[in-house]
Design a protein around this ligand. Structure first.
Ligand code: F6P
Length: 553
């Protein structure tokens, strides 16, 4: 297998990069009136404008040549066909089957998975409906008012992000809560004001062995027992989502209330499965189906659109362009929608756990840079926090801006002001501010020549900072589903280009194992000498000082 950076298209891209690396987007726009229409695509009402990138038509052509040379299309079909492309775990990668609305069969390593998927979807629909209609009753015959999802990583971020994003669709007399942190502050703060008799816990863990989740689940069980008393009634307050039914039942959850997931769905791609139960409870089954529908439409687009009209492919290849040729290290995700405030965190796991790898599919160390550092926040808030670095710092940080055209009250001044910032920021990042412009501005402000000379270097904006902009009519379930699936496929394509297995996550194992050993060492106050001097020093400092708090021993 030819290493990615030795491919013909890669070499062509390198010489193309040498030619255009210093060309300013200002000039690119000046030279071509059609740049926007040339470099923007739509899918349903989602507009993807990628014209504010440091690309020409040649760049796009060469990037797509690379995608072809790396056989993105072949790998895409292998994924949809349910081959075990997660080769280190011998698993298919079939999150697309979870949102398959075609009525056609889909196979994981030869087995039709659709009947099982439909069955679990019906089961979570029934459960959600019974909670939403107040038919599900707790131990003291009261309806549920609060649902707490206990899970972490993929068993937390998707449902949490989506219920926040779809807040306008949420049922009002039910509150959703999320606990992921093993730090007891999280569960304690959450339980503080809740009534066990009207609270239902969802213990969400694909493995049902994750320490953080299991410890929180036990604390939740104790909290329930304390009030409810009768252990046999706990099943009215706890359900589980897992692929390890046996462990959930052993924990005390009624098998009828254990909802299945499968090994061919990775944790970070699992919000479309029963892991999405909190979403169904919050927004209702019909809206959840629209979320699936949106993702399904993105799957169809990814599968069928030619590469030069294929949004996730273009997103991916632009990412390769900056990561591997401009050597940019990060990417910013900047939603201009308050309800999307957990979207960057969700994508952080999706992207960084998938492509944060340095060994290729053949087990060789890669000789090129792979997954970027993904970070982000709500756009507006970030403008007053880290945009300074985006505009004038020394690093190139490509950014994705996402904004709804209608915000449920689209005539409000707030939304218009918000949108003006989206447009202004992408323009400012691209255009920058030249010496002549700064001088003209300061002169108009009445500054002296001396003052202008002093201020000039600080007031310059180099511009030429790339952004993609997604505009969509409104953040409804379908649009959210489409957006997430587009990013999933972007990550997939990049994994293929970098020749990685994007679907395992061995890198999370080491720390987990070591924490187990250290947990045993924290059982008493014996000084520790088994680690390096720093780790010994930190543990021993902790052991010594924790005695100050008698509860800590
Ligand atoms: O530690 C990482 C991880 O394995 C993620 O990949 C996963 O989403 C998360 O932990 C939670 O795992 P589980 O659902 O098995 O509790």
């Amino acid at each position: 297998m030819t290493a990615t950076h030795k491919r013909k298209a890669w070499k062509k891209l390198q010489s193309h990069y040498d030619k255009i690396k210093d060309v300013h987007m200002r000039d690119m726009f000046k030279e071509d009136d059609h740049r926007y229409s040339k470099f923007s695509l739509t899918l349903n009402d989602i507009l993807f404008d990628y014209s504010k990138n440091r690309i020409t038509q040649d760049s796009v052509d060469l990037l797509l040549e690379l995608a072809k040379e790396c056989e993105v299309e072949k790998w895409r079909e292998r994924m949809f066909d349910g081959e075990a492309i997660n080769h280190t775990e011998n698993r298919a990668v079939l999150h697309s089957a979870l949102r398959n609305r075609s009525g056609k069969q889909m196979f994981a390593q030869g087995e039709n998975v659709m009947p099982d998927i439909r069955q679990e979807l019906e089961r979570i629909t029934r459960l959600a409906n019974s909670i939403r209609t107040r038919q599900w009753r707790g131990a003291t015959n009261q309806p549920i008012t609060d649902v707490i999802n206990i899970g972490i990583g993929g068993s937390h971020l998707g449902p949490m992000m989506a219920t926040e994003a779809l807040h306008p669709y949420a049922i009002h007399d039910l509150k959703l809560h999320y606990v992921n942190n093993i730090d007891e502050n999280h569960i304690n703060n959450t339980l503080e004001t809740l009534n066990p008799e009207t609270t239902l816990f969802i213990i969400a863990s694909k493995s049902f062995t994750t320490q953080d989740t299991m410890m929180n689940a036990e604390t939740a069980r104790d909290w329930l027992l304390h009030k409810i008393g009768d252990e046999s009634l706990l099943e009215l307050h706890m359900v589980a989502v897992t692929s390890n039914t046996e462990a959930a039942v052993k924990f005390g959850i009624n098998e009828q209330n254990v909802f299945k997931m499968w090994d061919w769905v990775g944790g970070r791609y699992s919000m479309w499965s029963a892991i999405g139960l909190p979403i169904v409870i919050s927004i209702g089954p019909e809206n959840f189906e629209m979320l699936l529908q949106g993702a399904y439409e993105a799957d169809q687009h990814f599968r069928n659109a030619p590469l030069d009209e294929n949004i996730p492919v273009i997103m991916a290849m632009l990412g390769i362009w900056y990561n591997n040729f401009f050597h940019s290290e990060s990417i910013a995700i900047l939603p201009y929608d308050q309800n999307m405030h957990r979207f960057p965190a969700y994508l952080q796991q999706a992207d960084m756990e998938s492509n944060g790898k340095a060994v290729d599919r053949e087990g060789n160390p890669v000789e090129y840079s792979t997954g970027p550092v993904l970070f982000g926040e709500i756009g507006i808030a970030s403008q007053h926090a880290f945009y300074q670095l985006l505009h004038q710092g020394t690093k190139l940080v490509p950014a994705d801006m996402l904004a709804p055209i209608s915000n449920y009250s689209c005539l409000s001044n707030h939304h218009r002001a918000l949108m003006s910032n989206v447009f202004a920021q992408t323009e400012a990042l691209m255009m920058g501010k030249t010496e002549e412009e700064v001088i003209a501005e300061l002169t108009a402000e009445g500054k002296s020549e001396e003052e202008i000379k002093f201020l000039l270097p600080y007031k310059l904006f180099p511009g030429n900072k790339p952004t993609n902009t997604f505009l969509f009519y409104t953040l409804d379930p379908k649009t959210l589903g489409t957006l997430i699936a587009l990013y999933e496929h972007k990550i997939f394509v990049q994994g293929i280009i970098w020749n990685l297995n994007s679907f395992d996550q061995w890198g999370v194992e080491l720390g987990k194992k070591m924490a187990k050993t250290i947990l045993d060492e924290l059982a008493d106050n014996e000084m520790i000498e088994t680690h390096d001097s720093s780790t010994n020093g930190l543990i021993n400092y902790y052991l010594k000082l924790r005695t100050l708090n008698p509860n800590n021993n």
